[in-house]
Design a binder for this molecule. Sequence first.
Ligand SMILES: *[C@@H]1O[C@H](CO)[C@@H](O)[C@H](O)[C@H]1NC(C)=O
Ligand SMILES: *[C@@H]1O[C@H](CO)[C@@H](O)[C@H](O)[C@H]1NC(C)=O
Ligand SMILES: *[C@@H]1O[C@H](CO)[C@@H](O)[C@H](O)[C@H]1NC(C)=O
Ligand SMILES: *[C@@H]1O[C@H](CO)[C@@H](O)[C@H](O)[C@H]1NC(C)=O
Ligand SMILES: CC(=O)N[C@H]1CO[C@H](CO)[C@@H](O)[C@@H]1O
Length: 460
Amino acid sequence: MSGEMTILGSAILALLLAGYLAQQYLPMPTPKVLGIDLGTTYCSVGVFHPGTGDVKVIMDDDGHQSIPSIVSFTEKDIYVGYEGLELADANPHNTIYDAKRFIGKIFSPEELEKESDRYQFKVVNNDGEAVYSIKTNETFTVTPEYIASQLLLKLKKMAEKYLGIPVSKAVISVPAEFDERQRNYTVKAANLAGLDILRVINEPTAAAMAYGLHKVDVFNVLVVDLGGGTLDVSLLNKQGGMFLTRAMAGNNKLGGQDFNQRLLQYLYDKIYSTYGSLPSLKEEIHRLRQSVEAVKLNLTLYNSSWVRMPLTLPAYRSSEPGKKVEEDRTQENVALNQKDESSEPQKVHFETEISRKLFEHLNEDLFQKILVPIERVLKEGHLGKEEVDEIVLVGGSTRIPRIRQVIRDFFSKEPNTSVDPDLAVVIGVAIQAGIMGGSWPLQVSAIEIPNRHLRKTNFN
Ligand SMILES: *[C@@H]1O[C@H](CO)[C@@H](O)[C@H](O)[C@H]1NC(C)=O
Ligand SMILES: *[C@@H]1O[C@H](CO)[C@@H](O)[C@H](O)[C@H]1NC(C)=O
Ligand SMILES: *[C@@H]1O[C@H](CO)[C@@H](O)[C@H](O)[C@H]1NC(C)=O
Ligand SMILES: *[C@@H]1O[C@H](CO)[C@@H](O)[C@H](O)[C@H]1NC(C)=O
Ligand SMILES: CC(=O)N[C@H]1CO[C@H](CO)[C@@H](O)[C@@H]1O
């Protein structure tokens, strides 16, 4: 009997040894499971390389690590990502974006109407679900999950090109606040793209994993995700290597676009006070918006930046709809303006310096608003701010130095910012995909405990 045990024991040992040697001497195993971040405005795909333990975020043909979540329909074809973005201006009614805001969601008629007013494409109410009406040389409707499937198909192809083999399995992330229905529809979208979803994980959990927090000894993790238009704050607890979402709060009307708007308003005021009129050419307004974004990005690195551009301004005083113009319209002024209306537009070279200090001053109240949902999740989680072990910052807007400082000052603690905030989620999902792909036989396979009863508090 004991002899048999020994033989069995030796056999097992031999097997383990063979496995170990195989890992050492066989060619690097190819990743088999994709990690996908299907974002509202951008999406990305990554893989975990079992051999090296590195995550690779896969690039498109032009070297982008993320593609815009945009799908544009024309008579000829369906254009996805950057190709869809290029068509957005020329084909606005058939160019769909923000599909993640609609996927798997049931709306009241009023809610859906209000939502669709924000877009140039047509949203139709189909028993409470949103569908998009497309009109090329034919008229048809598509669902949000179909839009998502086109994005996922593109990501899948990028990954297959990089890996050189077909892939059919993936792990995908969703916002922590997604209910079961929204999760199911996200999975359905992946299935339409020929992907089998092994696990759906929450975005904040993925971000925490990108920092390796599943492997170190921490208990309370706070994830702040500030993107282009929304703020999401999640409080996670780690229990025996598993993350549990304890509380969520956010503001779905706060993000990079709002900071740009403040700067744009400042420039309008400056132009008006210097030249007495405002740009009216669509092209110039577009370029002004682009330089606002460029200045904001530069100010994350430099103390000051410049806006420099030629403008063609109407000779008379114009007023922007909704803009407050100083009340200096004396009788004389009005007469002057009327006379000027027929004269040539003035061509000027507009140039102004924007310091980081000025940008911070213009946005200080908005930056302070970030603390509201943070305080809320601490209160809901019955946690003092000194009990938070790690603070993880995600989303492009967390690059703004003043925002980091507001958070650092509140916690008297350095937040975790070393991972690219635009890629933290996809990196974390790829790590989970590596675990699911069995890169190491004894890896745990689950990293998250679902919390079905949690609701998110919104502050707008
Ligand atoms: C629309 O155009 C495409 C390609 O130009 C063509 O294949 C399709 O049959 C056309 N559909 C209709 C209804 O004319
Ligand atoms: C989601 O999908 C699962 C499995 O297919 C199903 O059991 C469940 O009822 C679905 N839930 C909703 C809300 O659609
Ligand atoms: C920016 O300004 C701060 C003080 O206001 C100074 O300490 C820092 O060196 C400056 N950085 C650059 C790049 O000029
Ligand atoms: C941003 O910084 C780069 C590098 O210094 C510079 O070349 C570029 O002109 C700057 N852009 C703006 C809008 O200030
Ligand atoms: C400020 C900072 O970088 N904090 C932590 C970020 O996360 C790692 C865990 O991987 C910690 O070791 C750092 O101290």
